[in-house]
Design a protein around this ligand. Structure first.
Ligand code: ADP
Ligand code: ZN
Length: 344
């Protein structure tokens, strides 16, 4: 087991990678805990949950809505949860995002912790404290940044994860490798069989490396005013595709990474060999699907992106495996490149 501690102003968060999730009861207060999960996770693991009331959401992105948060808050009130209460999220990114947001605003904030049950949640939602819900067609429009007290990342819980969900998380792992950890990239490159088999020891190593990198980034820049932006590699186009095509986050980000790699190559930041190596790794895990958008869809979405400032966007380029930078570029330049890439 590896414990990675993340310190941000006012909060300390322990990410326990390779820990058995059933040990979570030892981390909870004696009483006043409420569990938030989704129907699928409850069906598989509910019998092993700690002794506490369970609120269960419909699985999927559709539950990331403010109405759901309000409804849950009512149920917390009905269950008598007060300032001493504790929200335990057991689930994927959706459950952690909704529960984390709820815990951060209920009675101006109560304690919370996560058992991250998808690979995506273990490498992404687990670290950095971002939570929130969608508004209209904009992802995570309402939310806060607040670190959970702990996150358990148990590789064993990933054995029941549907293949597409697993691959979606893998895309985010590959992202971390490309922007900040060459060794992680090499391990993924050389461990195809073990990754396919969801080998526990290997997953512990991969998730721990990814959490460490992300933890380093967010402890330096919790509020995303600088360095943290590199985590958005592949996400500018990725978010556009995700919303327009309704595909899983990781697949969308993967297609955004292909584009970002091409863009970085066009700018002369990486060699053709480096570009090919990045794209080939995504291809091996069937993550390099192309999704084409019309000019109108692109324009709408790039402008709707809450991360844009004026007519510029922050675009993340790679400068070789393990290196990335953020550049402010005109929206038009991004769109121009997108058209060229799409129509090639
Ligand atoms: P993420 O945002 O992390 O991709 P979601 O919270 O949307 O994940 O979960 C993806 C899907 O996987 C949902 O249908 C959820 O119910 C299901 N799921 C989550 N964890 C597990 C698990 N350990 N085993 C099986 N299914 C799971
Ligand atoms: Zn992401």
């Amino acid at each position: 087991m590896e414990k990675i501690t993340i310190n941000t102003p006012g909060y300390t968060s322990d990410i326990l990678v390779g820990e058995k999730w059933e040990t979570v009861s030892e981390l909870l207060p004696q009483e006043d805990t409420i569990i938030i999960t989704d129907h699928n996770v409850k069906k598989i693991y509910g019998g092993l949950f700690p002794e506490a009331p369970v609120l269960s959401l419909a699985p999927g992105e559709g539950s990331k809505k403010i109405e759901i948060v309000e409804d849950l808050a009512r149920q917390l009130l009905d269950a008598g949860i007060d300032r001493a209460g504790f929200v335990l999220a057991i689930g994927g990114g959706v459950v952690c995002d909704v529960a984390g947001f709820l815990a951060s605003i209920y009675m101006r904030g109560i304690r919370c912790g996560y058992v991250a049950s998808t690979l995506l949640a273990q490498v992404d939602a687990s670290t950095g404290g971002k939570n929130g819900v969608n508004l209209r067609d904009t992802k995570n429009m309402l939310g806060t940044i607040r670190q959970p007290e702990f996150v358990i990342c148990d590789p064993a819980i990933l054995l029941t994860l549907p293949e597409q969900e697993y691959l979606s998380g893998l895309a985010e792992l590959i992202k971390t490798a490309i922007i900040g950890d060459k060794e992680l990239f090499e391990i993924i490159e050389s461990s195809f069989d073990k990754i396919e088999a969801r080998d526990s020891d290997l997953l512990t190593t991969l998730v721990a490396k990814s959490v460490k990198f992300k933890g380093m980034v967010v402890s330096r820049d919790e509020k995303e005013i600088g360095l943290r932006r590199i985590l958005n590699f592949g996400h500018t186009f990725g978010h556009a595709v995700e919303l327009q095509k309704g595909i899983k986050h990781g697949f969308a980000v993967a297609s955004g990474m292909v584009l970002a790699a091409e863009f970085s190559f066009e700018k002369g930041y990486i060699s053709i060999e480096e570009k090919t190596r990045m794209i080939d790794l995504l291809k091996r895990f069937k993550l390099a699907t192309r999704f084409d958008l019309t000019d109108e869809q692109m324009k709408d979405l790039v402008f709707h992106d809450k991360k844009k400032t004026g007519t510029d966007i922050h675009f993340v380029f790679t400068h070789g495996i393990g290196k990335a930078t953020v550049e402010k570029i005109p929206v038009d330049e991004a769109l121009f490149f997108y058209n060229k890439f799409r129509d090639k």
